[in-house]
Design a protein. Structure first.
Length: 250
């Protein structure tokens, strides 16, 4: 079988790096997207030392020209792309909705929402060339409108804030709309919920490991041909059954 090519954005650390490590361990060639060449280069070198076929690709998701340059490079080197994991993300607390700074909100949307559209559209021609491409959008349960409004769900006890939850809710809709456009193709588009993982995003406060969060993206990146598209899948906080993974409500 031809070796699969996967690009992961924001792959120099955290869940993105672990996703690259796990996809690489499955034999994929992993392209580590990162906005900083020193951090991205070091991450790729670390994976190569573990025997993984890893390569750094400069990619700032907030810069459409950077996304196109990365796509041009992938085309020149590989001619197609099998897996795109839109993982890069930022979070700011933002304070309560009534005190939200529009500049702060724009900054989060630039990365978590517009960045995903820019990167996906730049790479879609290459994903269409793959026999069965997979797109994974790394979302969050805080982007679930249903769970956020549920007084019996643990999220209810977290402070109300706009930028990050609203960006992930927008990302969920973006996932459904790409899945709809691509429904007649072999490409599957799904949103991932890694669960609350200890990374720099939350100053290490998460109760799951980054590798556990990455396993959700990996599962969606490796879906079989009869797997789902247009779903929101991953860790279900507070699930009382033995398997904490499953579909989440939008
Ligand atoms: N940790 C959690 O509990 C949790 C829960 C649910 C969802 N998520 C989601 O999981 C994803 C990964 O987060 P994480 O927890 O692994 O956080 P992290 O450790 O802070 O990693 C975030 C990554 O995104 C990169 N990034 C940020 N802005 C970028 C840009 N403009 N262009 C390219 N890369 C950029 C960062 O690069 P730099 O090093 O250059 O900043 C870093 O590599 C995010 O989408 C996050 O929303 C995380």
């Amino acid at each position: 079988m031809t070796e699969l090519i996967a690009l992961i954005t924001g792959a120099n650390k955290g869940i993105g790096l672990e996703t690259a490590r796990q996809l690489g361990a499955r034999g994929m060639t992993v392209l580590l997207g990162a906005r900083d060449s020193a951090r991205g280069g070091a991450a790729a070198e670390g994976l190569r030392a573990e025997g993984i076929d890893a390569c750094f690709v400069e990619l700032d998701v907030t810069d459409a020209a950077s996304a196109q340059k990365a796509a041009d490079w992938v085309e020149a080197e590989h001619g197609r792309l099998d897996v795109l994991v839109n993982n890069a993300g930022v979070a700011t607390s933002g304070g309560p909705p009534s005190g939200t700074s529009l500049d702060g909100m724009r900054a989060v949307f630039e990365t978590n929402v517009l960045g995903v559209v820019a990167v996906t559209n730049a790479l879609l021609p290459l994903l269409r060339r793959a026999p069965a491409a997979r797109i994974v959008n790394v979302s969050s349960e805080v982007g679930s409108v249903t769970l956020s409004g549920d007084r019996s769900f643990p999220l209810w006890h977290m402070p109300a804030t706009l930028p990050y939850p609203a960006s992930k809710a927008a990302l969920n809709m973006i996932t459904v709309m790409y899945a709809k456009e691509l429904a007649g193709t072999p490409i599957k588009v799904n949103a991932a919920n890694p669960g609350y993982c200890a990374t720099d995003l939350n100053a290490g406060s998460g109760f799951r490991a980054a590798a556990e969060g990455a396993s959700v993206s990996v599962r969606l990146a490796c879906l079989p041909d009869d797997g789902p598209t247009g779903t929101f899948w991953g860790y279900r906080w507070g699930a009382d059954d033995a398997d904490p993974y499953g579909d989440l409500p939008w």
